[in-house]
Design a protein around this ligand. Sequence first.
Ligand SMILES: Nc1ncnc2c1ncn2[C@@H]1O[C@H](COP(=O)(O)OP(=O)(O)O)[C@@H](O)[C@H]1O
Ligand SMILES: [Mg+2]
Length: 344
Amino acid sequence: MFKKFMDIFTNDIAIDLGTANTLVYRKGVGIVIDEPSVVALTKDSRKIIVVGEKAKQMLGKNPDEVKVIKPLKDGVIADFHITELMLRDLILRAQKKRLLIKPRVIVCVPSGITEVEKRAVRDSALHAGAREVHLVSEPVAAAIGADLPIHKPYGNLVMDIGGGTTEIAIISLSHIVVHSSIRLGGDKMDTDIVEFLRKKNNIFIGILTAERIKKEIGSAFPLEDELKMDVRGRDIVTGYPVTIEVTSEDIREALSETVEAMIDAVKRLFEKTPPELAADIAERGIVLTGGGAHLRGLDQKIRETVDLPVHVVPEALTCVVIGSGNILDNLERYREVLIKKIDA
Ligand SMILES: Nc1ncnc2c1ncn2[C@@H]1O[C@H](COP(=O)(O)OP(=O)(O)O)[C@@H](O)[C@H]1O
Ligand SMILES: [Mg+2]
C-alpha cells in the first residue's frame, strides 16, 4: 500500500544513453523520450539551445554562434560536461510534473566503460537531479529487452550495433561471461559512404545525407531487387551543387570493410568463449540489436560467414531502453544485473 502510494509520487526512469540516440523510459508508462544524442549550444558552451532531433538537423548547417555537438561521439563519453547538460535536459523533460521526490535512475552504459566514465555518468545523473543512480551494462539490458532467458545457465549471444560502438557479449546466469566492444558502428558506415562517393564520384556529401543513403539503400548482402536513389552534393572540382544516381551495389562496396570488421569481432569473441557456452550459441544463434541491426542483409552476411543462426530483434532501436525499463519495473527480480559498485 505504502509502495503504491510512493509510486504515484515518484518518476523513476531508465535511460539508454547511446552514442547516436538517447531514450528514456518512465516507470509504469513506457518510452517517453527518443531523441538523437545531439546538443546545440551557445558558442561559449554555457547554455543549451536545444537537445535532440532539432539539434541533429542543425549538423553541418550551424552558424558560428551555435555549436552542435555529439557528446558521446567517439565510442563513449567524449565530453563529460555536455553529456551532463544533455542528461539534465532529458531527465527534466521525462518528468511530467516536478515532484517532491527525486527520481531513481537506471542508466545503461557500454560494457567496455572505464571506472572514470562510470563515475562521470553517475555524477552527471546525480547533478541532473537523480536521487539514486544504478548502472546496467548495455548488452544485458538488450538481452532482457529481447526476452532472452538470461537468468538461466545458458549462453546468450547479443550483438548490439549502435552509432559509435558495437558491443558483443555472451550472457549466462544474469552476467556477462565474455564480451568485446569495438569503437565502430553506424557512424563509421556514414563516413564510409561520404569517403566512397568523394573518391568514386568526385562529390562531397554531408553526414546526414550519408545516413539517409545508408537507411534507404544500404545493405551488407546482395539484394533480390537492387536499389538506387538520387543524391545531391557538391562537385569537388567545380564546387557546384550536383545530383547523381547512387546504387545499392556501390553502397554495399562502401560499407564492406566496416561490416567485415564487425564480423571479425564476432569471430574473435568465439576464440575466447568456453566450449559449453559456444555449444549453446551454436544452437540458439546470435541476436542482433541496435539501429545498425536494421542494415539490410546484415543478418544474412553474418549467418553466411560464421555459419550460425542469426536473428534481428524486431524493435532493435528500442530494445535496450525496453530492457532497462523492465529492470526498473521489476527491480527486485533484476537486482543482480545492476553493476555492483562504483568506487567513490
Ligand atoms: N534502417 C537502418 N539501416 C541502417 N542503419 C540504421 C537504420 N536505422 C538506424 N540505423 C543506424 O543505427 C545507429 C543508431 O543506433 P542506436 O542503437 O540508436 O545507437 P546508440 O545505441 O549508439 O545510440 C545510427 O548509426 C543509425 O544510422
Ligand atoms: Mg545503444
